[in-house]
Design a protein around this ligand. Structure first.
Ligand SMILES: Nc1nc2c(ncn2[C@@H]2O[C@H](COP(=O)(O)OP(=O)(O)OP(=O)(O)O)[C@@H](O)[C@H]2O)c(=O)[nH]1
Ligand SMILES: [Mg+2]
Length: 380
């Protein structure tokens, strides 16, 4: 039986989060969904919002008879509030990969989006006058995996490598209702093995609770990774109760039933148990890594005078190089002009000589004719 939507959220349900975020302003959490096309990313977002907010209304453009492919990055927002504690939840839906002969670089726009948010925030931070800014730095990226029953595809491995080094990455087994419980457990094991073989960094929380009960619960949540999910836009009736699920001839696959999938565990992790850690680790690790890499690449490091001196030297060298390049180009241009004039003089000279030759030719021909005539007269 699903719990009432409002009971999931709230200050009372934030046991192991540091209290810094539990301010009057509340918290902003940005979640991104990524993965192959048709794995149920958009359906998952709608399911998440509907199970969080009883009154959730889908954005206008999402009302369609049938879900269409997501064709551009789409931002969906909702504010969850209880007892003065607000979670402003932003979910970024991305177009699915696939259907192309070459999917090699299909992840580039997603990675660019993540980097761009870090970049925008960095620019905003460095301004003297900072106004309230729409901060879309991604706190957690849910990567949807096709429930093939085998293992990860090379494309999944490549994309997750890129994502894992930038954001808190959580792998998700999509459409869990299409695998039997036994096959799902084997598939999860294979995915875990594959992730560790390829050194893919997945989210692992840095918080250690003093409370033994919380630590045990955290461990049990994380051991469910990769989380299996079932998403659905429909309510179905189970034992006279309306629940979110997918109706089959054999029965119902329930979204919020923990023996059917890990949707509830995942939602708890995102909104309740690990929200603060996701936000803090994005700030402290991922954003910081981005900032340092960016500044170092630009040859600037806040506290390194040697780096500053190197940057000055590099700028000077660049200026000198530019001046040299200009001088060289100018010289080449002048030489070219000189050569062209000389070439033109040569052509004129050649034409004059050709004309002379022609005149001489005609003169010789006339003399020959005259000679022939004289010889003929003599014979007569
Ligand atoms: N069996 C099953 N089908 C699902 C599940 N979630 C979504 N679907 C169906 O899968 C189809 C594709 O769902 P979408 O949500 O559009 O998939 P998407 O990942 O957003 O696809 P793109 O926008 O193309 O990337 C729809 O027909 C959904 O009803 C699920 O958990 N199980
Ligand atoms: Mg979609």
């Amino acid at each position: 039986m699903p719990a009432p939507a409002s009971s999931h959220i709230g200050i009372a349900n934030l046991p192991n989060q540091r209290h810094r975020i539990v301010s009057r302003k509340g918290a902003n959490l940005t979640v991104m969904v990524v993965g192959e096309s048709g794995l149920g990313k958009t359906t998952f977002i709608n399911t998440l919002f509907t199970t969080l907010l009883r009154e959730y209304k889908k954005p206008e453009h999402r009302f369609q008879k049938q879900l269409e492919r997501t064709v551009q990055i789409d931002v969906v927002r909702a504010e969850i509030e209880e007892k003065g504690f607000n979670v402003r939840l932003t979910v970024i839906d991305t177009p699915g990969f696939g259907d192309y002969v070459n999917n090699q670089d299909c992840w580039v726009p997603v990675v660019e989006f993540i980097d761009e948010q870090h970049h925008n925030f960095m620019m905003h931070e460095s301004r003297a006058q900072r106004q309230e800014k729409d901060d879309l730095r991604v706190h957690v990226c849910l990567y949807f995996i096709q429930p093939t029953g085998h293992t990860l595809k090379p494309l999944d491995i490549e994309v997750m490598k890129q994502l894992g080094s930038r954001v808190n990455l959580i792998p998700i087994v999509a459409k869990a209702d299409t695998l039997t419980p036994g096959d799902l457990a084997i598939f999860k094991d294979r995915v875990r093995d594959c992730l560790s073989t390829h050194n893919i960094t997945v989210y692992s929380p840095s918080v250690q609770s003093d409370d033994e009960e919380n630590t045990r619960r955290n461990q049990s949540i994380l051991s469910a990774m990769p989380f299996s999910v079932i998403a659905s836009e429909q309510d179905v009736v189970v034992n006279g109760e309306k629940v979110r699920g997918r109706q089959y001839l054999w029965g119902v696959a329930e979204v919020e039933n923990e023996s059917h999938c890990d949707f509830k565990k995942l939602r708890n992790l995102l909104i309740r148990t690990h929200m603060h850690d996701l936000i803090a680790s994005t700030e402290e690790n991922h954003y910081e890594n981005f900032r340092i890499t960016k500044l170092t690449a630009e040859g600037r490091s806040d506290d390194d005078p040697a780096m500053r001196a190197r940057k000055g030297l590099e700028t000077k060298m660049k200026e000198e190089e530019e001046a040299l390049r200009k001088r060289f180009t100018e010289q080449v241009r002048m030489e070219e002009n000189r050569f062209r004039q000389w070439e033109q003089r040569l052509i004129a000279e050649r034409d004059r000589l050709n004309k002379d030759l022609e005149t001489q030719h005609k003169y010789v021909k006339a003399l020959e004719e005259e000679l022939d005539e004289l010889v003929a007269q003599r014979r007569k």
